[in-house]
Design a protein around this ligand. Structure first.
Ligand code: GLA
Length: 376
């Protein structure tokens, strides 16, 4: 990717840009807890965005995405907002830096990415983090990494219409090779957990289905949580108990009740998984993953038939834990599987899924890697 990006940069603008990279992420457990101020357990992966960037001495941005080869040009003022697509993300990052007092100048750039789109591995966070990191450095803005993550999140909120939590951008900025991180999304305190489960592997199965979504179901889920939190007299669902939820059940919509029941359960599962990891008890980790899937499928309703099928297949093949990963509505499953069962499981999942849906899922091995950085 690095070579391709540098070559295209030279072809379009002449000379060289500084190279930056930022990754996508996985999440072991703690789904839809981030915007409820709860805990998540992500790690950065070895797939992401590589960007070549060079300031051009103007107030305009000239940008090019490789695969598909597509250009965009825009100014840096609020009224210069690109119509949509990837350019919106880069523009949003520039605006959010400017809102924080950073002096963003015009630049020329080329980028490429290898995070599969729509897989739930956060290609958009990779894009935001790459540019937040690059512009902070090249324009000398002096913004710390926490704020770089918030800049990516604010880009989603203010320029892309997704009221996401902080998990994806945080993982993309703070990732560390070989480590997952337990992040408290209320305080942003976090701890790295070396993750090398002896005798197990983490595998992603990408269903490669994208469901047509009506409206913005992600934001709807968040709104449900906020309504229940308000009924509980809390700012967030974080810390609420199942008993408290039961006590307000007749005052909230049945659907909101189920959404909150999932989130409250997930809160406990993340902490359980941390404790289990400490003991090297991967069987418990796996059980909690299956429970999370059940909650995401039945209560939170962000799964779909194809993902449920992949999780059922995992269970039938003796996989230790499996669940849908990321925001949902398509995407991939994350599977914790004993090393000796892995090949057989992947082959069976491929075959059974293809027999039913007419195409094979894509398979990705998880390599936990570093966060946003400058490349030599
Ligand atoms: C998406 C969002 C995250 C998080 C997950 C679900 O990836 O960007 O903030 O809410 O969904 O856990």
């Amino acid at each position: 990717m690095k070579t391709k990006v540098a070559a295209k940069f030279a072809e379009l603008y002449g000379g060289e840009g500084a190279l930056f990279a930022a990754p996508g992420r996985i999440n072991l457990i703690g789904e839809h807890t981030d915007y409820n101020a709860g805990f998540v357990f992500p790690g950065a992966v070895d797939r992401g965005i590589v960007a070549a960037v060079r300031l051009n001495g103007t107030q305009r941005v000239r940008a090019c995405a490789l695969d598909p080869d597509e250009g965009a040009e825009f100014g840096l003022a609020e009224e210069d907002m690109p119509a949509g697509g990837w350019a919106r993300y880069i523009f949003g990052v520039c605006r959010e830096i400017a809102k924080r007092g950073g002096r963003v100048e015009g630049f020329d750039t080329v980028f490429a990415g290898d995070v599969p789109l729509g897989a739930g591995m956060s290609s958009s966070a990779a894009l935001e983090s790459a540019y937040a990191f690059a512009l902070n450095e090249l324009c000398g803005c002096g913004i710390d990494r926490f704020e770089l993550a918030r800049i990516g999140q604010a880009t989603e909120h203010n320029y892309c219409g997704v009221k996401c939590g902080i998990m994806d951008q945080f993982a993309s900025v703070f990732g560390r090779r070989g480590c997952l991180m337990r992040l408290d999304c209320r305080s942003l305190e976090f701890e790295y957990f070396p993750f090398d489960p002896e005798g197990y592997r983490l595998v992603l199965l990408d269903s490669r289905v994208k469901h047509e979504l009506v409206g913005s179901p992600y934001n709807d889920r968040r709104a449900s949580c906020e309504r229940v939190a308000a009924a509980l007299g809390r700012e967030y669902l974080r810390g609420a108990t199942a008993e408290e939820l039961e006590a307000v059940r007749d005052r909230i919509a049945e659907e909101d009740y189920r959404r909150a029941r999932y989130v409250i359960g997930e809160e406990r599962r993340v902490l359980d998984v941390c404790a289990a990891l400490g003991r090297g008890d991967y069987e418990t980790v796996g059980e909690r993953m299956y429970e999370t899937h059940r909650g995401l499928s039945q209560d939170y309703e962000v799964s779909c038939e194809e993902l449920d099928f992949l999780v059922d297949t995992a269970r039938a093949c003796g996989v230790t834990g499996a669940r849908i990963m990321g925001g949902g509505f398509g995407g991939c499953t994350i599977n914790l599987v004993r090393a000796e069962r892995c090949d057989r499981f992947v082959a069976a999942a491929r075959e059974r899924f293809a027999a039913r849906y007419g195409h094979e899922p894509a398979v990705y091995d998880v390599v936990i890697s570093d966060g946003a950085r400058r490349l030599e």
